[in-house]
Design a protein around this ligand. Structure first.
Ligand code: NAD
Length: 309
C-alpha cells in the first residue's frame, strides 16, 4: 500500500506560536506520518506559546490519531527579520521579550538546532510565517519602510532559511513555504507590500529550487493556500468574508480545512514527491481556477436592470 511514511525523519517549522495556523496543522500532519518536529517561534509570541503548552491549553488540538500528544523536540526563538546577532538593533536586543532568549536570529536558530540535535538534523524545513506591518494599507499608501519590512519578514526570510538550514538538511531534503493568490491576482485589502512579498516568495521558490537542487539535492516548493482564519489572517480584518466567498464560489464548495493544506505539505515532504520541485501548488478547493463566478447571473442582473431602468 502506498502511504506517507516519514518515520525516522526530522522537520523544522518556522512560524508556530499557537494551534490556529497552517504551521501547527503541518506539524501535526508530519507527526502523524512519524516525523519528529521542532519549531521556530517569534520571540514576541513565545511566552504565550510556552504558557499554552505548559498549561495544557492546546492539548485537545495536539491530540494525534493514536491518542498521544503532538510534542516538539525543540521550540527555538526565531525572528525572521534578522540573520545574525550583530545585525540586530540595540533596542530589540534589550526589549523584554527578546533579551532572555539568546540568539533568536535565523543563523542563531540554526546553531541551536545543531547544538541540540547534532549535525544535519533535518529532512524537512517549512516556512509558515509572514508579517507586513502596513498590510491594511493599499499599495498606493504603503511607505517604503512598510513595503521593505513585508519583503524582509515574508520573502527574504525564506532565502535566509535556505542559506542557513540548507547545509543542516540531509541531501534530498524538502523545503516548503506558504503563499497566497494575491501574488498572481489582485486581492483588494491585502496591502502593505504583502502581495509583492508573496510574488517574490514564489519567484524565489523557483530560483532556490534550481540552486538548492544543484547544491544539495533539496527540493523547494510552495503551497498557495486559500483563506483560513489563523491569528495572522484574522488580524488583516476581512478574513471571514474571504472564507465565506471562497466557500461559495470555488469549484469544491465549502471552507478549506488547515488539514487539507497540511496533508499536501506532508506529501511534498515525502519521497512520493521526489520529482516535484520549483512549483507553486494551489490548495484552495479550486478557487484560483475560476475566472468568472458561477453565479454571474445573480451578480449582474441588478446591474443590468439599473442600466436599463
Ligand atoms: N491564513 C490564510 O488565509 C493564508 C492564506 C494563504 C497563505 N497563508 C500563509 O500561511 C503562512 C502561515 O500563516 P497563518 O495564516 O497560518 O498564520 P499564523 O498566525 O499561524 O502564522 C504566522 C506566524 O508568523 C509568525 N511571525 C510573524 N512575524 C514573524 C517574524 N518576524 N519572525 C518569525 N515569525 C514571525 C507569527 O508569530 C505566527 O506564528 C504565512 O506565510 C501566510 O501568509 C495564509
Amino acid at each position: 500500500m502506498l502511504s506517507i511514511d516519514l518515520s525516522g525523519k526530522r522537520a523544522f517549522i518556522a512560524g508556530v506560536a499557537d494551534d490556529g495556523g497552517f504551521g501547527f496543522a503541518i506539524a501535526k500532519a508530519l507527526a502523524e506520518a512519524g516525523c519528529k518536529v521542532s519549531v521556530g517561534t517569534w520571540p514576541p509570541a513565545m511566552g504565550i506559546f510556552e504558557t499554552l503548552l505548559s498549561r495544557g491549553k492546546i492539548d485537545e488540538a495536539r491530540k494525534l490519531s493514536d491518542g498521544s500528544l503532538l510534542g516538539f523536540e525543540l521550540v527555538v526563538p526565531f525572528d525572521a527579520d534578522f540573520d545574525a546577532m550583530e545585525l540586530v538593533p540595540e533596542e530589540i536586543k534589550s526589549n523584554r521579550r527578546y533579551r532572555e532568549r539568546g540568539d533568536f536570529t535565523i543563523s542563531g536558530a540554526a546553531k541551536t538546532c545543531v547544538e541540540k540535535l547534532g549535525e544535519q538534523p533535518f529532512d524537512v524545513v517549512v516556512h509558515a510565517l509572514a508579517n507586513g506591518p502596513e498590510v491594511k494599507n493599499p499599495l498606493l499608501q504603503t511607505s517604503r519602510k512598510g513595503y521593505l519590512a513585508a519583503m524582509g519578514a515574508s520573502a527574504y526570510s525564506f532565502v535566509s532559511l535556505l542559506q542557513h538550514f540548507g547545509p543542516l538538511t540531509k541531501p534530498g531534503g524538502s523545503f516548503l513555504n506558504l503563499t497566497y493568490l494575491a501574488a498572481e491576482r489582485v486581492v483588494p485589502g491585502y496591502g502593505g507590500g504583502m502581495s509583492s512579498a508573496k510574488a517574490a516568495l514564489e519567484s524565489d521558490t523557483r530560483v532556490l529550487a534550481y540552486e538548492a537542487g544543484r547544491k544539495w539535492g533539496h527540493r523547494v516548493n510552495s503551497i498557495s493556500a486559500g483563506p483560513y482564519a489563523s491569528r495572522a489572517a484574522s488580524a488583516i480584518g476581512f478574513i471571514q468574508k474571504m472564507i465565506d466567498y471562497y466557500a461559495h464560489a470555488s469549484p469544491l464548495p465549502g471552507e478549506l480545512g488547515a488539514d487539507e493544506v497540511a496533508h499536501t505539505a506532508a506529501f511534498l515532504a515525502s519521497p512520493l514527491a521526489s520529482g516535484i520541485t520549483g512549483t507553486v501548488i494551489h490548495v484552495d478547493r479550486g478557487y484560483s481556477a475560476m475566472a468568472v463566478p458561477h453565479d454571474l447571473d445573480s451578480l449582474i442582473t441588478p446591474i443590468m436592470a439599473k442600466k436599463e431602468g
